[in-house]
Design a protein around this ligand. Structure first.
Ligand code: PEP
Length: 249
């Protein structure tokens, strides 16, 4: 039985004051049995969020990390720095990293390996562009991303995969529950084949304009174990409604 997981990706949003406001609403409302909740603020807010969540049922994650452990790499943040802070999770290979920072599958693989070594729980993002879906190559693209990130990796027991079609992120377009379910089932097959992980125990999240009005239908699919949520994670009431939808039997 896979526990539902809802992850908020706050991206490059917020100030110390707005983060405090958001957290006070979330901490009060997020004691929801059955669903694990993670929030991923910007690096500069991690310590603040970590302190506020210490006695709450919310875990903290980063949105990225370096593939290196330490050294003269200005601007980088090492995975061990994150675990040292009490951060438990890290998002890797988000499409915005791939698109704006030229992150290749090789870099995602190196980050994954470094994150696992530091004891972080990785959320590896995969997903196709609109052109790739229209060309009928969505599965080829997602399969190749998984192959690139996971081949040769060990200790993948804590791995979480997020299927995030690029055309659905921040656009208001969402994959239909059927489209998402088909891809999640495919991802599970790949996980078994590529990495030899127990795919029936690995959580696969959907991400891409998950909102209050579509979350329940997505979570009703057998291979969707929760969501990676961007925009709606910045509105406490909406994020809590999405968490509740994931907890529904
Ligand atoms: C994301 O950034 O991972 C995401 C899914 O964003 P949004 O929910 O805003 O589409």
């Amino acid at each position: 039985m896979r526990q539902a997981l809802v992850v908020g990706n706050w991206k490059m949003h917020g100030s110390r004051a707005s983060v405090d406001d958001l957290l006070s609403d979330l901490v009060q409302g997020s004691r929801i049995p059955g669903t694990e909740v993670v929030v991923c603020p910007a690096y500069v807010h991690l310590a603040q969020v970590q302190a506020a969540c210490i006695s709450a049922s919310i875990s903290v994650g980063a949105q990225d990390c370096s593939h290196l452990q330490s050294g003269a790499f200005t601007g980088e943040v090492a995975p061990l720095m994150l675990s040292d802070l009490g951060c438990r999770w890290v998002i890797l290979g988000h499409s915005e990293r791939r698109q704006y920072h030229d992150e290749s599958d090789e870099i995602v693989a190196a980050k994954l390996s470094a994150a696992l070594d530091a004891g972080l729980q990785p959320i590896v993002c995969v997903g196709e562009t609109r052109e790739q879906r229209e060309a009928g190559s969505a599965e080829i693209v997602v399969g190749a991303q998984l192959q690139g990130a996971l081949t040769g990796q060990t200790n993948l027991e804590t791995l979480v995969v997020a299927y995030e079609p690029v055309w659905a992120i921040g656009t208001g377009l969402t994959a239909t529950p059927k489209q998402a379910q088909e891809m999640h089932a495919f991802i599970r097959t790949c996980l078994q084949q590529i990495a030899g992980v127990d795919a029936s125990a690995t959580r696969v999240l959907y991400g891409g304009s998950v909102k209050v009005n579509n979350a329940a239908q997505l979570f009703a699919q057998p291979d969707i174990d929760g969501a990676l949520v961007g925009g709606a994670a910045l509105i406490a009431e909406d994020f809590l409604t999405i968490i509740n939808a994931a907890s529904a039997p």
